[in-house]
Design a protein around this ligand. Sequence first.
Ligand SMILES: Cc1cc2nc3c(=O)[nH]c(=O)nc-3n(C[C@H](O)[C@H](O)[C@H](O)COP(=O)(O)O)c2cc1C
Length: 510
Amino acid sequence: MTTIRDYHERTKHSTASLRANRHSLDWDIQPLPFKIYPGLDPIALPRDLAPSPVAALDAIAALAPHRPDRAVPDLRTLAHLLHRSAGITRSRTYPGGHVMHFRAAACTGALYHIDLYLVCADLPDLPAGVYHFGPHDFALRRLRAGDHRAALVEATAGAAAVAAAPALLICTSTFWRNAWKYQARAYRHCFWDAGTMLANLLGVAAADGVAARVVLGFVDAAVNALLGLDTQREVALALVALGERPDGATGSHPPPQPPLALETVPLSTREVDYPLIRAAHTASSLATTAEVRAWHAAALGQAPPSAPAASVPLRPLAHPPDRSIDDVILHRGSTRRFARAAISFEQLSTALRSATHGTVGDWTAAPGRDGVAEPYLIVNAVDGLAAGTYVYHPASEVLEALRVGEVRQAAGFLDLGQELAADAAVNVYLLSDLERVLERLGERGYRVAQLESAIVGGKLYLAAYALGLGATGLTFFDDDVTHFFSPHASGKSVMFLIAAGVPARRARGG
Ligand SMILES: Cc1cc2nc3c(=O)[nH]c(=O)nc-3n(C[C@H](O)[C@H](O)[C@H](O)COP(=O)(O)O)c2cc1C
């Protein structure tokens, strides 16, 4: 068995694994949810962020055209992207005075272990450099001066989107900030929580007319070194190329890149290491540009799937709501309780279509149409669609019925027994045929399967709110879910779960 397969197997939830797990939260070593560089001066980001007039559902599906005046993003545009994907959107004071800051994108356990870094050329109002984004004071801090994009062009074996991008964002995870609660399963959460963040980022970039392309094929060590990461604890997960200079020039050679030794505030007095996480990350790393080139070639040589025979075509809303993406993000908050009320088939159709359309990554040839995440649905209460289970085919925009009948009870067991999935109108599970994906994309394919599923899940979150509904990510009993959707799903692995429906009470907005 490959290392990554082994990781996946060993971090599955089952009734037996939960019974056997003696882990309890050690509040004395709860990690800080921010990376703070005390020795670097903050560069304040503009806070007067103008909302985009583009409707959220169009932005999520990336239907808005790129704007020539945004080919090179300025600081205000970057501030908009950063705030709406990783910024603090609301705060809550608990009895005893503890203040909890919630962020724009949903995150497992609200532990916020994903950081964003910016690598850019000279922008109209920001000198070229490598910067860290600090959500705690909404500021950038410069880690390196000069234009270092050539290092990323080299690390991605000359990926066209990277070579043309005046600015790039890099997502990292600091494992301990999530593993404190979730132990080794935190490696899955790296991609889940980066995915919800990227769903926001891609939606806002589309609304702002900024080209954005996710890049997963890169030499890990080169990107980590550029950011000066302590790779035992923090690693780069994904790059996002922003903007597009028509001349495509990234400048000549990168400036010298001495190792960084920048002080950061300790996350807790002690940290617990989970070697399974590091092993999974090492196994799915790419070591050379030749490996990256071969990986890209394998990723793009995939045949589009064929449509099933017996199927229900989507029936999207003729006049979908036109709430802006800013309004959606600023008022999003995971639904804590669903009313057992129905949504319409038109709403479900609209959400599915937006969420599976338009994600542009270096592992897809046709945006959103040849991905590796397969949506399996539990339908509890959708007017115009029989209760039961379905699989959605994005390329042909049809639902294939698997089993008709009441499935609430099963739904409420599969999400670790939480009532949310039983009460929600619909549960969307993203499954992936890991055997096939790993055969084609090697162990790096695991990151693709997790991240793509989470981006689709994150877009469903946003689409639900754009439709005036509620949603929440959920965790699950892995093998029971596969068994439940079998024989259709047999052999497939569960990557992500999101439940959507009518909230019992409105989410608190920021
Ligand atoms: C992938 C994912 C899985 C989640 N799983 C659960 C879950 O099993 N149970 C739950 O109550 N909330 C779950 N959540 C919701 C988070 O607890 C929530 O996002 C976090 O507390 C931040 O709050 P907010 O989404 O309202 O901003 C999940 C969120 C994500 C993104």
